[in-house]
Write a protein that binds this ligand. Structure first.
Ligand code: URA
Length: 240
């Protein structure tokens, strides 16, 4: 692949900012094929050369994967004239990487949202044929019952014509307001809300807590993000 600046290569891993990369290089801690490179604006081919930082090999990531803890009030879009999008929650440097959300959460839905610039893998994860589980925590008005769980498990047909695949509904607490964990293998528009509304239990609150077996990182504040680790990205590749 084409040569790139060392600070850019290092920043793409998400471990260092470009400024930190420059500092590490100045201190002689960045080696390319065993030779210290003191200027991080020097170029290298991350696939052809061995780059080490503090003695550890650098794992070059051609694509960026981010886990965002989405707060309510943001649209899952890359741009929208009508309001703030999830990209507004990321620093400027990341906004320049052409990231897009992997699937959508409603404006008022919170929780796990992946963003990436790796189109092929993202589209595979979203393909209905791949059966990638998405798990939600929800609070609804009304008392959830075993009959609701059975209806979810069977695959509901909604009055508006939507035919849903079998889905999971696990009741966490039943009462005048109930809490549950919903597992979907597809992602139709407002699906959780529509399925629960069809059972007469409108959603009061919705949070995605897991997608593609990746749990929402609870160390992230609402609106906070982190890069996926190389192991997590590898896991996504193995799933599809
Ligand atoms: N289902 C919904 O109804 N809304 C979401 O944001 C996600 C799934």
């Amino acid at each position: 692949m084409a040569k790139q600046r060392l600070d850019k290569i290092m920043a793409a891993t998400g471990r260092w900012s470009r400024r930190e990369a420059g500092e590490l290089a100045r201190r002689g801690q960045v080696l390319v094929d065993g030779v210290a490179v003191h200027d991080a604006s020097a170029k290298a081919d991350p696939e052809a050369s061995e780059i080490t930082v503090n003695g550890e090999p650098l794992h070059y990531q051609a694509f960026t994967w981010v886990m965002l803890n989405k707060p309510a009030g943001y649209l899952s879009a890359t741009e929208d004239g009508r309001g703030a999008t999830v990209l507004d929650l990321l620093p400027k440097e990341l906004q320049r990487r052409n990231l897009f959300p992997v699937g959508r959460l409603d404006k008022d839905t919170e929780g796990l949202l992946l963003l990436t610039n790796e189109g092929v893998l993202a589209h595979m994860l979203l393909s209905p044929r791949r059966h990638i589980d998405k798990v939600y925590y929800t609070r609804v008005a009304g008392c959830l019952t075993p009959e609701d769980c059975a209806a979810f498990a069977e695959g509901m047909s909604l009055g508006d014509g939507l035919r849903c695949q079998p889905a999971g509904l696990e009741i966490l607490r039943a009462g005048t307001e109930s809490e549950a964990r919903v597992t979907l293998r597809e992602g139709k528009f407002h699906q959780v809300k529509r399925m629960l509304a069809a059972r007469g239990k409108p959603v009061l609150y919705l949070e995605r807590v897991q997608m593609a077996e990746l749990d929402l990182d609870r160390t992230l504040s609402r609106g906070g993000f982190r890069f996926l680790t190389a192991k997590e990205v590898e896991h996504l590749r193995k799933l599809v």
